[in-house]
Design a protein around this ligand. Structure first.
Ligand code: DI6
Ligand code: FE
Length: 431
């Protein structure tokens, strides 16, 4: 009697009659048996595809997945069965780089740029990040929460179940903390996991004009310890660029972050090659982001430090950049490539992860497989959550997106018609 009890699993939910892109390449026995020669040529193995499959969820985690024919051999009990009617399941999507908490918008600058002004000129004329800082400082907590919730809802409706949100438009302790608290509350308001990143080193506030060292001391000696003590952030980021902070200032922030056990990230090589990614590798950063001007020694250093490259096609497109990130070098050195919206009012006012899938292919020549990996398994790695999110495997969080598509490549192929039909967050249907 005891044996039967132990072996008979009790599942909360069972999806049947689905095709699954697990993004867990080569891990599933069933998958390998189930792949025809043609599929193999199409690299289906990398998608980790199981056709005509089922997936079981228990206590918010994936408890079993495999072919329908293997399910027939298992004795189980289940509370709810969902017939997927041969739709496709993928891991819930992850937007691993956003700045969606901010006041105001910068459509006026968009107009100025199309009248010929450059991003740097606008920044030097008090526009740019500094104008959003003023709007964010003047906004109430509720106003920031309301506008950010609208942006996060747009991402969620396109299949996002995990998002990274940066501060960086407050640039003083109270306003940076306000932004991070808004990000925290968003996780209670919507069924989305939120990873919060402190980006106090985003720009020099007016009160520290021509005194960036003074501001960086304030960031390291006052803001960071307070943010750490209050548990308001999961990681620390720096904008290392000629209109941002120098390598020396960036290293000072990384040193302070390391002392507080914060993992670090960097906005690097976006507008020039300042070797920021190489510096970040020294601190075993989770990721280096943008990377249009990254060169081979930076790529090599990222590989050796097991970092993830987060590429941002929306900012590339919106800034009408022409220098492509070094995809071939990143592939050559096996540096995982993630994709994100970089949703922000200045360089990427975009809240569509599905558009990013397409742009990764059309602008950055990603394959549709690389694009999907870029918003699932590699995005999870860029946030340090790849032990629990980003693929469909036993023990992983049951963050699952269901799509009305014929094949996974469709997710990057078309945009506008949203093929998401349902979304599950840690075992609960939320859309
Ligand atoms: N690089 C960017 O493109 C954004 N931040 C950064 O470090 C721009 C942010 C803005 O212009 O508001
Ligand atoms: Fe950014």
């Amino acid at each position: 009697m005891t044996n039967i009890q132990i072996d008979k699993p009790c599942w909360d939910i069972l999806w049947i009659n689905v095709n699954i892109a697990t993004m867990a390449a080569g891990e599933n026995k069933a998958e390998r048996e189930n792949v025809s020669k043609d599929d193999e040529d199409l690299g289906y193995l990398d998608y980790g595809i199981i056709k005509n499959a089922a997936i079981a969820i228990s206590k918010g985690k994936i408890a079993w997945l495999g072919c329908m024919k293997d399910l027939a051999g298992i004795q189980y009990s289940v509370k709810q069965v969902i017939d997927g009617k041969h739709q496709w399941l993928t891991p819930g999507l992850i937007d691993c780089h956003t700045h969606i908490v901010f006041g105001g918008n910068r459509s006026n600058e968009f107009e100025m740029r199309l009248q010929g002004k450059s991003y740097e000129e606008i920044a030097k004329a008090g526009g740019g990040i500094i104008s959003t800082v003023a709007a964010t400082r003047n906004a109430t907590y509720q106003e920031l929460f309301k506008s950010a919730k609208k942006r996060l809802t747009a991402l969620h409706n396109e299949g996002v179940t995990t998002v990274e949100i940066k501060s960086g438009y407050g640039l003083d302790l109270a306003s940076e903390a306000k932004m991070l608290r808004v990000a925290k509350q968003l996780a209670d308001a919507l069924p989305v996991t939120v990873k919060k990143t402190f980006l106090g080193a985003h720009a020099i506030p007016t009160e520290y004009q021509n005194n960036s060292q003074g501001y960086i001391d304030e960031v390291c000696n006052n803001m960071l310890p307070d943010i750490a003590a209050k548990g308001l952030a999961d990681a620390v980021d720096v904008f290392c660029e000629n209109i941002g902070f120098t390598l020396k200032e960036t290293e000072q922030v990384f040193e302070a972050a390391a002392k507080l056990n914060f993992p670090v990230k960097i906005h690097a090589e976006q507008l020039s090659n300042m070797k920021g990614a190489k510096l970040a590798a020294k601190y075993k950063a989770l990721s280096a982001d943008h990377l249009e001007y990254l060169c081979e020694d930076g790529v090599k250093a990222m590989h050796e430090a097991n970092m993830t490259a987060v590429l941002l096609p929306g900012a590339y497109y919106f800034l009408r950049e022409t220098k492509l990130p070094p995809m071939e070098l990143l592939r050559k050195y096996n540096v995982p490539m993630a994709i994100a919206t970089d949703s922000n009012p200045g360089s990427s006012p975009i809240t569509s992860i599905q558009l990013m899938l397409n742009m990764a292919c059309t602008l950055f020549r990603f394959t549709p497989l690389e694009a999907l990996a870029g918003v699932t398994i590699n995005a999870a790695k860029a946030l340090g959550v790849d032990e629990s999110k980003g693929k469909l495997a036993v023990g992983y969080d049951a963050d699952i997106a269901c799509w009305d598509i014929e094949q996974p490549a469709e997710l990057a192929y078309q945009f506008g018609v949203n093929p998401l039909t349902s979304l599950m967050k840690e075992g609960c249907i939320v859309i």
